[in-house]
Write a protein that binds this ligand. Structure first.
Ligand code: SF4
Ligand code: SF4
Ligand code: FES
Length: 237
């Protein structure tokens, strides 16, 4: 039987890679490999997943040096020969083994005012947003984010300046400033216009290249740059 030589991160930030041999199968995913190790070789291995179908965003890890969602990543696509190296996401504190603390990542969504804030009550009629309006289309392009952290882990600016809001939080802000029903546009633009906001992005698009949902945070951030500049010139900020 074919085997995979797999190195997996064990411990916290000062941990180390530990080697395992895992039977290779057709259509095997990286998450299948981690699960095999935990069930058969290393019962105390810590990792995180929930849906296994690319919806929950909890299974992201670094695989052979690149952040990926592991439940939808086939070994055949990413293994270097029969070698796999699996490590926790970068730019986040490691709790144990493959599990990172995502608090900082989601705190930044709050800092970027990533919550919808409407004015209508349940007694008002539904808002009617034209599907082909430019703002609706801009929001639609970023709305399928599953909060996996792949983009955040891949962003060099987050590594250089840990207070940078990062691609996912800024993408979320972009979807909301384009939501015609939202009532906090100016506050949200103020929240993302600061030093740690959209203007720190270097636009090299690693986030966009890696996003498993084919979202382009880079495009959304470029939109925020334009929108904040215009708002500043018009005295809105
Ligand atoms: S933008 Fe893409 S990579 Fe970033 S958290 Fe959302 S789904 Fe994941
Ligand atoms: S394009 Fe901007 S947000 Fe995306 S990885 Fe580069 S610096 Fe980070
Ligand atoms: S386990 Fe839910 S996205 Fe991978």
């Amino acid at each position: 039987m074919d085997t995979l030589q797999v190195k997996v991160w064990r411990g916290r930030t000062d941990g180390e890679l530990v080697a395992y041999e895992v039977p290779r199968h057709e259509s095997q995913t990286v998450l299948d490999v981690v699960t095999y190790i935990q069930r058969h070789l290393q019962p105390d291995l810590a990792y995180r997943f929930a849906c296994r179908v690319g919806m929950c965003g909890s299974c992201a890890m670094n695989v052979n040096g690149k952040a990926r969602w592991t439940c939808r990543t086939h070994v055949a696509k990413v293994a270097a020969g029969n070698q796999l190296e699996i490590a926790p996401l970068s730019n986040l504190p490691v709790i144990k083994d493959l599990v990172t603390d995502m608090s900082r990542f989601f705190d930044k969504w709050v800092q970027a005012k990533g919550q919808f804030s409407g004015e209508r009550t349940r007694r008002d009629d539904f808002a009617r947003v034209q599907p082909d309006s430019p703002r609706r289309q801009a929001a639609d392009a970023g709305i399928e984010c599953i909060g996996c952290g792949v983009c955040y882990s891949s962003c060099d600016v987050v590594t250089w300046r840990p207070d940078y809001l990062g691609p996912a939080a800024l993408n979320r802000a972009w979807t909301l400033v384009n939501d015609e029903r939202d009532s906090k546009r100016a506050e949200r633009l103020r929240a993302v216009a600061g030093d740690a906001g959209c203007h720190s992005c270097h636009t090299q698009a690693t986030c966009t290249e890696r996003c498993p949902k084919h979202i382009s945070p880079t495009a959304g951030i470029a939109g925020l740059k334009r929108m904040t500049m215009k708002a500043a010139l018009e005295g809105e900020l």
